[in-house]
Design a protein. Structure first.
Length: 195
């Protein structure tokens, strides 16, 4: 089915998330964090994923808990939807332009959690969004999706463009990596026989 439903309820957040890997790019996103809504909507569209996220978080305190916990849930959703991962392409990579920003993104659905985060976002805020939370989101995602993700900014001076380019690149590499590889014929893409 390559679908997933995740719920997470803590004293800080109450999240329901659904993911369909073989979707049509429909994002229904209500996180309580406007900028993150924008990023996840374009993630769904550029990844061709159907993604629904509803989060009620303690945003009166800070956006941190909501952003991190949504990263946790999205990572867990990918892990669940992929199951034993037979037949997937496993790898994805792109160099994606967003106006003056140029972002390199690569992933390996390896079963090993690792994030290389090399973004130099020049401002502390985009609107009211704390740009430090971008790294927190991706760290949470990687830990719970059990994959390797490299994010590298090759150029860029506009914070919004850098972050948006990163989410678009992330969407494209995830779409590539989770897609089915006809040459694998349902086999696990590893000599170990497991990911």
């Amino acid at each position: 089915m390559r679908n997933s439903q995740i719920t997470r309820k803590t004293n800080e957040t109450d999240i329901t998330l659904s993911l369909k890997l073989d979707g049509s790019g429909i994002g229904q996103i209500d996180t309580g964090v406007g900028f993150l809504d924008h990023m996840l909507t374009l993630f769904a569209r550029h990844g061709n994923f159907d993604l629904t996220v509803c989060c009620k978080g303690d945003v009166e305190v800070d956006d941190h808990h909501s952003v991190e916990d949504i990263g946790i849930c999205l990572g867990a959703a990918f892990s669940e939807a992929l199951g034993h991962m037979a037949g997937i392409c496993r790898y994805g990579n792109i160099i994606l332009p967003m106006d003056e920003a140029l972002i390199l993104c690569a992933t390996d659905i390896s079963g090993r959690s690792h994030l290389e985060y090399n973004l130099n976002i020049p401002t502390e805020k985009v609107g009211v969004f704390d740009t430090q939370l971008v790294e927190e989101f991706f760290q949470a995602f990687v830990r719970h999706a059990n994959l390797t993700l490299h994010l590298r900014q090759l150029s860029g001076s506009n914070s919004h463009h850098i972050i948006e380019g990163t989410f678009k690149a992330f969407a494209r590499v995830m779409r590539e990596a989770v897609s089915m590889d006809p040459a694998m014929e349902g086999r696990i893409p590893s000599t170990k026989g497991v990911l």
